[in-house]
Every structure is written in structure tokens, then in C-alpha cells.
Design a protein around this ligand. Structure first.
Ligand code: SF4
Length: 377
């Protein structure tokens, strides 16, 4: 059964009502449970869990230490192109925004990659919009092959591909995929994506499964917080990660919870998520899924990142630029969104160390790849 089949048995509004109906007793039961059931997870996402956030945070901290030790994996995004044919209402690269459009040449990509490499990173995330006429599969393959000698792990955050596209990426040395559903509410999804290929909710939703079947070793999912109701979004992220972990057990699943940041076009969050609610969501996910990675980007402020670090986070970006060519020319180009933590990678590493953790720049080498083995079960 695919995840699409699985979520068709849940209506977004009903899930939210069930979460909102949970009470203090349900929350206590969930906190005492060794292995959360779906109803326990709902209880931890509910308003009734608010008085127990500190308890959830302690449990989340201890589970994360057990499973991941004191390590935080460091990564950096590299924006290859901001040309996009989609109309996502919340994004600075939306086709209708008057952004300065740029697609990096291979030489420019290598220059950006070298700056990132020189800052210590060995894990890189290649990002594009959706414009296959200028930045399609062959372009991403060429980019990956060009910079492969600089990194031990290359992930992509691009448009959804079919399985053969992901196999092409694996063959080019890509081992990770990040793809956020943005919102798991199909109605809101249709409103937020008025035109372009991204309108296809189901094709995007099934992309992580196609990536898993193609043998990608890391898959990151998530929702853009501020669009839908965060409690229901959190529930569907948890369900999705659970499904992927069960079906693609050779793949490391991670989740990310990006909150909407100011962007070109001036989109304001429809349902803002407070810092406290954000913490609740991170802890609830950790309690449901002790083994998944939880990523925290520079969208969040330095203070919040420092405080969230011990609560369940396992991966962090640092020193990020969100425009193509932005590492070499920070002043040039339109950013996808404004970052909130502008510390250098070295400063972030010092902060991580001061909290008793170790920043890990390399935890993998592509020579471990067994490209002959299937990933799914
Ligand atoms: S979110 Fe991605 S697909 Fe949507 S407009 Fe922005 S770059 Fe394009």
C-alpha cells in the first residue's frame, strides 16, 4: 500500500477534530507509553499537551541522546537555479514574482561548492526551482558529477521526479532527497499552488517512495509551517515518516519543519506557529519516531536554534545563502527567503560544542554505496 492509499483513509478536518478533542488523561497515557499509538501521537499534538511540554522535551532529549549520541550533522544548501514555472503563493521564486532569475553554469556551481567545502561542509544540498527546460535532470547530473570530489554526500531539493529520474541521480552520486509536501491538506494545497506542475498533490506526495525505491539513502520530508494547521500537519508528517521508515528501512528518514519566513512577494503565514507550538511539534515527532533525523535550518533565529538543539534536533544548516551565486556574491540576486540565523558555520560549530555536542561534517562516504541492492522491501 502506498502512502497515498494510506492517507486517503484520513480526512484533514477529522484529524484536526480528533486532535483537538484529546484531554489531559490522553496526554498522560501517551507520556507513559513506551511505543506511541496513533491516538497517543494525536494527544501529544493537542492543546491539552501544552502544560506537559517540559516533560515531553526531557523525554525527547533523552531519546535523541540514546539514538544519535551527542552529534549534530552539518549541511549547507547550494542554490543552482531560481528559475521556476510554478506559482507557489508563499515563495520568492514564484514565476509571477519579479525576481532576478539565474541558472548557474557548471563553473559557477564549482566556485560556490568550493566556498562551501572550504567552510568545512562535506554534506551539500543542491536546490533548484522547477524549470526542467533550464535545470532538468541532465543539468543536475552534470552539477553533481562536477562537485562530487568535494563532498561525501550530495542531496537534492528539486522538483519531484519519476523513479527512473531518481535512479539517474543515484548513478550520478546523489544519495539524498529532500522534498516537502508543503501542506498535507489537499484543498489548501490546491489554493497555494494555482498553476504549474506542482499542482499535482499526489505526484509530489509519492516522490519520497519513488526515491526510496530508486535506492536513495537519505530522504527528508516535511511541511511548510504557517500554511495549514500545524497540529494536523505534524500528524501527517509523523504518519508519512512512519510509512517510509517501514517500507524503506535501508534509508535514513528525516523530517524538517520550516516555518514561513519573509520572502519576495510578501506572503504572510495563514496560520502562524509560535515558538512554544514549534517545540511541541518537534518533541511529539521525536516521541513517535525515536530514529528519524530532525533538521533545523537557518530560517529560525540563532537564539531559538541554540535552545532547540538539545530537544531532538540531529541536523543543522549554517551560513546558508538562498540565492544562486550567493556564496560568491552575497549582495547579488533574489533570495528565496530571508534567513534568521546569519552566524558563520564556525560560530555555529562553537555554539554546538558549548552545549556539549559535536558538529559532524562527514558521517558517510560514497564508497559505502551498494548500487546493486534494492532499497525497499
Ligand atoms: S517553492 Fe519551489 S516550486 Fe514553488 S515557486 Fe518556489 S522554487 Fe518554485
Amino acid at each position: 500500500m502506498s502512502f497515498l492509499d494510506e492517507i486517503q483513509s484520513y480526512r484533514y478536518e477529522d484529524v484536526l477534530s480528533r486532535i483537538m478533542a484529546k484531554n489531559a488523561e490522553d496526554v498522560q497515557r501517551a507520556l507513559l507509553s513506551e511505543r506511541l499509538r496513533i491516538d497517543d501521537f494525536m494527544a501529544l499534538l493537542s492543546p491539552a499537551a501544552d502544560p506537559c511540554i517540559e516533560k515531553m522535551a526531557l523525554k525527547s532529549h533523552s531519546l535523541t541522546r540514546q539514538r544519535f549520541g551527542n552529534t549534530i550533522l552539518m549541511y549547507a544548501p547550494l542554490y543552482l537555479s531560481n528559475v521556476c514555472t510554478n506559482g507557489c503563493r508563499y515563495c520568492g521564486f514564484n514565476a509571477t514574482n519579479r525576481a532576478h532569475r539565474q541558472t548557474l553554469t557548471l563553473d559557477e556551481i564549482e566556485r560556490e561548492a568550493t566556498i562551501i567545502h572550504n567552510r568545512g561542509f562535506r554534506h551539500i544540498l543542491l536546490v533548484t526551482g522547477e524549470a526542467t527546460h533550464v535545470a532538468g535532470n541532465d543539468y543536475i547530473v552534470a552539477a553533481s558529477e562536477r562537485i562530487r570530489h568535494l563532498f561525501c554526500s550530495i542531496s537534492i531539493e528539486v522538483y519531484p521526479m519519476d523513479e527512473s529520474g531518481y535512479r539517474q541521480m543515484v548513478a550520478a552520486g546523489v544519495d539524498g532527497l529532500t522534498i516537502y509536501q508543503e501542506t498535507y491538506d489537499p484543498k489548501l494545497y490546491a489554493e497555494m499552488h494555482p498553476f504549474g506542475r506542482k499542482r499535482d498533490f499526489a505526484f509530489r506526495l509519492q516522490a519520497p517512495e519513488r526515491g526510496g525505491a530508486a535506492g536513495l539513502r537519505r530522504i527528508g520530508i516535511g511541511a511548510l509551517l504557517g500554511l495549514g494547521q500545524f497540529r494536523a500537519e505534524g500528524f501527517f508528517i509523523g504518519l508519512h515518516a512512519l510509512h517510509l521508515s517501514r517500507h524503506y528501512w535501508r534509508t535514513q528518514i528525516s523530517a524538517s519543519l520550516p516555518r514561513i519566513c519573509p520572502a519576495e512577494g510578501g506572503f504572510a503565514p495563514l496560520n502562524p506557529v509560535s515558538d512554544r507550538e514549534f517545540v511541541q511539534l518537534i518533541c511529539a515527532l521525536r516521541l513517535l519516531l525515536p530514529d528519524i533525523g530532525l533538521a533545523l535550518s537557518t530560517r529560525e533565529s540563532a537564539t531559538l536554534r541554540d535552545n532547540l538543539l538539545p530537544l531532538g534536533i540531529t541536523q543543522m544548516s549554517a551560513g546558508s545563502c538562498t540565492s544562486p551565486g550567493g556564496y560568491a556574491n552575497p549582495e547579488k540576486g533574489t533570495r528565496q527567503f530571508d534567513i534568521n540565523d546569519d552566524r558563520t558555520p564556525a560560530e555555529v560549530e562553537r555554539m554546538i560544542r558549548s552545549k556539549g555536542y559535536e558538529a559532524v561534517w562527514k558521517d558517510w562516504d560514497s564508497c559505502f554505496l551498494d548500487r546493486t541492492a534494492p532499497s525497499g522491501i
